[in-house]
Design a protein around this ligand. Sequence first.
Ligand SMILES: C[S@@+](CC[C@H](N)C(=O)[O-])C[C@H]1O[C@@H](n2cnc3c(N)ncnc32)[C@H](O)[C@@H]1O
Length: 470
Amino acid sequence: MISGRKLVLQRMQQVLRRSSLLLGTWGPVNAEFVNPCSSICSSRFPFFALGTSLHHERAHHSRSLQSIFDFVDLSEYFITGSDYRRAPKFQNYIGPVRIDRTPDGRGRGLYVSQDVEAGDILIINNAFAASYNDIHNSQMHERIAAILKDSPRALRQFYSLAADTQQEKLAVPEVELFDDSIPYHGDDSSTPGLSESKIRKIIQVNSFSGKLTLPGHQEAGRINGLWLLPSFINHSCCPTASRLLVGETMLFMAAQNMKANDELTICYTDCMAPLRKREEVLGITCCGFRCRCERCEFEQSIQKEVEDISERYQALYDKAVEEVTAVATRRDKGPYPACRELAVLFVKLRTKLDSMKELTKLQKHWILGGYSCAFLGNWLTTGYMSDFGPPCRHLDSTAIGLVEAMKVTVPGMQRTLSFSVLLATAVKESAERLRLVELALNECVKLYGKQRPDVLRKLAQDSVQYVPFL
Ligand SMILES: C[S@@+](CC[C@H](N)C(=O)[O-])C[C@H]1O[C@@H](n2cnc3c(N)ncnc32)[C@H](O)[C@@H]1O
């Protein structure tokens, strides 16, 4: 029997054929838009002739950082399908970042120490410990306990993650503690032993769990891991950085241009969900804290005005997932009442936001971006996936408005990339299409770092394997 996932992939291959034609029509990538105002030359990859050099001075070394290619060439890995079993090995790298106390009671956080631009590599970190399909973290716990027994430095590093005292009193370690190229002369008498329950707690708060997938296959399993320095990165529902897992190495990129002293934040969950859903996941299902990011603080202040829309969204969401899954796997041909009603809600929300003159454009984007699935479900069930019509001349301004909101709300997200590639495939009008392809490739840089043009094109084309709803 053919699996649901395989059917989705077959369906997506049709899209891919069209999008590869589409992305192929531009020939050499329009790299100008990746880094429009640059002047540095690189003979190795002409693409990077367009990249701005990032001069990073640290006490112990100075490095001119341009891209992932300064560390490892990932082209072959990406071109051949990002198979985690063939992932290249990296050296740890700590870019222009420092650890500091947050000013608003979120404990410690990571900050950039100089201006950086979207796609710049900030941290490359190999897992302190990782395990596979280890639902209860028991293998990881054993591995970590063994490492801590043997290495005073590892014990000191791990101990610094503990956040069991009042947030304002938490010690702030120097970032150099995590730089293995600097010799360690720690005073180990100040590192108390760690009880088993404390070790478990540190693992629980800081570990990351992600899907392992192989191209064209069902999910191959899950990786659980602990990455030490990245454990200081706080969550935000409008994050500034993106993360990429290559084998057991976690890479962190700036997902937008950032100024020195800006906080480096990532999404711990799907931030393209409305406030109530994010609160539920961050507070109860996943992480156990109330998010204090600026987007949440703002949305809480106006939640009453959109409460009815938000409640209905929550009530319809699971059913809409079923409908989108059904249409993606061609198990049925509808009707799709949940997706249809979500689309009506989306229009209602847009009309409401239009009438709220006191809100800024960014604030409107934050709210709208959170309801991306309310639009996408209907778009996927009524037009795109169920029936390939001929490309349309103009796209509905709602679709274009949404992709803009998504890009601003959570930069460097797979869903925005897939949606913009699918939209570009659907539209015929060339100026609009060009803009969408530019947008897709820009999102690609935020997600994967500055890559060669052919690699970026491949990654954008592959993105349609992900249904931009699920
Ligand atoms: C992986 S740690 C991040 C580093 C942590 N701030 C520290 O000082 O150790 C995750 C914890 O940081 C806090 N945190 C992270 N993001 C937050 C946010 N947006 N709002 C409130 N607390 C947050 C929560 O206590 C959470 O359990």
